[in-house]
Design a protein. Structure first.
Length: 107
């Protein structure tokens, strides 16, 4: 397995970065997007996020390295908070906190 490589220039420094194994948030829901490519991981995340309460933590599991760029951008556009990510080989675990209804944008 090759490590996941995403150009660091595409990641904003003010957004959640790599998380230590002992600092992972507890997930209220998980989206499994292993084997799926852009835009499907974000589409599935958006579908699942609609049913979650404000403040809930949603975990996206994906192996498409572009997800490291797409999810923070999507969170910013929708008003959710990107918490960070961790990787095990090619598998990414990305975490976001669902925004309150007033902050979240409708799609």
């Amino acid at each position: 397995m090759h490590p996941i490589r995403v150009p660091e220039s595409s990641i904003r420094p003010d957004e959640g970065g790599p998380l230590a194994a002992d600092a992972l948030p507890r997930s209220d829901a998980v989206v499994d997007a292993i084997g799926l490519f852009c835009p499907i991981p974000i589409v599935r995340t958006a579908e699942r996020a609609r049913g979650l309460a404000p403040g809930a933590v949603l975990e996206l599991r994906a192996d498409d390295p572009v997800t490291r760029v797409d999810l923070p951008n999507w969170c910013r556009g929708q008003g959710h908070r990107f918490l960070g990510w961790t990787a095990d080989g090619r598998e990414l675990r990305l975490f976001l906190a669902i925004a309150g209804r007033a902050a979240a944008r409708t799609e």
